[in-house]
Design a protein. Sequence first.
Length: 364
Amino acid sequence: MPLILHGMGTAVPTQRLSQAEAVQVARRINAESPEQERLMSRIYQRTKVLTRGSVLLENDGLNGTSTTKDRLSFYGSESPGTAQRMHGYNTHAGGLSLEAATKALSDGDISSGAITHLITVSCTGFHSPGIDLFLIEKLDLSPSVQRTHIGFMGCHAALNGLRVAHAFAEMDPKAVVLVCAVELCSLHMAYGWHPEKVVANALFADGAAAVVASSDPSLSDQSLVLRRSGSTVIPDSADLMQWEIGDHGFAMGLSPLVPEKVGAALLPWLRDWLKDQSIDLEAVTSWAVHPGGPRILSTCAEVLSLDPGLLHESRGILQDHGNMSSATILFILDRLRRRSTPGPCLALAFGPGLSAEVALFDFE
């Protein structure tokens, strides 16, 4: 029984940082020598992120008089502690989630009273009562809505959320599931010259995305349908990516060997998985690949022999918004469904483990 995505919604902070402004922030909190200051521009250019949103920005900077230090005073002379960063999560995560969820309900023309299950997804903050209870109150969901949280799984977690939604819909044909992923990555910028953390600072950003889904085709005329999903863990790769709670926020470990390791494992696993779905790799007409960074996109295109145009939406989201962790893949799927290319669509995302998640969609 397929899962039909009736409505989708995305949200990003109103306040944005250009690449040049992001470089100024990095020079202030990361560079420890003039040489490192000069390297920052090159590092940030290589990410291909032209602009990004942050809930921490205090004004729009359009008048040309505000410095990045003024706009992002959260990051001062000393690195904020984890408690301060979690206070920021509690302050801002709900509003961004609510915007995305409201858009998804409106897009699917589905009332909040119809929602039977709520799945929240996040790896950038903790608070209880959490986002789920905030959404129940603000959307006026039923107090008996069944809640599930997908926590701390990383960039592929929205696909895990959709898998859980699919299971709910298969178990109960009357289930109408709201999935909401929200990530405030800008809360976790690291201080000091640690190359892996500098690259993480350069890539990540804030965003939220939501989906309303069920197994009932009569609820809407939307064309995006989830058929199957799968997972794999790549052997001997656990030390290549970490996301750990520290005294100064959550610390990202991101080895430059990640694309190489993913590339070596991706093609044989994916061919076998698609064979089980009775589909050839060459039959896939649309691709939603999580843009962990430009190198992971280039690696996927190379090992899967993809035409560069097939990753246009993935590159576009990275350029326009940065890597918003789990929310990102839903941004890409939202763009793809608006283009609505007939045929199978494959979504791919990666996270600590190293782990990979895949989901097979159809545009009908």
